[in-house]
Design a protein around this ligand. Sequence first.
Ligand SMILES: Cc1cc2nc3c(=O)[nH]c(=O)nc-3n(C[C@H](O)[C@H](O)[C@H](O)COP(=O)(O)OP(=O)(O)OC[C@H]3O[C@@H](n4cnc5c(N)ncnc54)[C@H](O)[C@@H]3O)c2cc1C
Length: 300
Amino acid sequence: MKKYDLMIIGSGPGGLTSAIYAARYNLNFLVIGELEGGAISEAHKICNFPTQNNITGFELTQQMSKHVKELGGEIKSQKVIEIKKINNNFTIKTNKEEYKSKKIILATGRKKQKLNIQGENKFLGKGVSYCATCDAYFFKDKKVAVIGGGNSAITTALLLAEHAKKVYIIYRKDSFSKSDPAWISQLKKEKKIESIFNSEVSEIYGENSVKGIKLKNNKSLELEGIFVEIGYVPDETFSKQLGLKTEKGYIVTDKKQKTSIEGVFAVGDITNNSLKQVITACGEGATAASSTYEKLKLEN
Ligand SMILES: Cc1cc2nc3c(=O)[nH]c(=O)nc-3n(C[C@H](O)[C@H](O)[C@H](O)COP(=O)(O)OP(=O)(O)OC[C@H]3O[C@@H](n4cnc5c(N)ncnc54)[C@H](O)[C@@H]3O)c2cc1C
């Protein structure tokens, strides 16, 4: 079994920044992540990361991964299944290997929330999508709908408008009150997008693929694609396995990114921080690596 001082679970901005700092502290560490780049690799435009006013999420995370590798860090693409604490050490079981580590940083982000309505699972990949960056291209000149009303829903609609013939945004509230004004003003300029407020989808119907949606007011819309952007939920697998203190499912940390269990740090979107963005995940990643280094120094 391979042994490390530090294992970083998650290869999004939080995990990759932890890795950059861990490398510069000369720690014996490994990064394991299912999707290199994490959630931001889905973003087709990032305009708010310092020095970058127009970069794709994919390019930004490619640069972060390259930085880690140039400093000698290793990133393994595996799914972690189980983490156990045994005698002040951690065993980490993935779908391929088992490892031992003195400390761990959890940077596992969050998952997209589902609508949980009829047809959603049946038409997954046949018109239902959770990633416009991945799938927008397949809806060239077609009618599509985005469900949701936050920044993710608006940016998804803007991306889809570059390909589709018509884009509906269906939102259960009466305005985009949670979104950034800059995105709302861009949305208003886009003629292909129609916002439908105070509406909820009750069913997705079709045959071999999506043919339309039913709304709760009994109206229907004929369309070929549905993009679900109604928010996120934390994955509680590891917080439950380790018995970490959580708040609404998000891991509670202190200012040094320590969790309620000694030796476990958490960063980014999986924590109860107030701003779920790349810049915060990176800042917390740096802090967690620094806290780990300080702890290991004291123990050696
Ligand atoms: C479409 C979209 C647009 C966005 N636009 C912006 C923007 O313009 N600006 C901005 O600042 N932020 C934006 N965000 C938010 C930003 O992406 C997140 O805040 C940021 O990615 C959080 O980083 P993280 O490292 O905490 O988690 P994530 O990026 O979610 O990374 C989580 C990592 O953990 C891995 N993982 C999870 N479970 C396991 C497991 N069991 N085993 C192994 N690996 C696992 C994942 O594969 C991934 O590598 C956007 C997000 C989306 C979805």
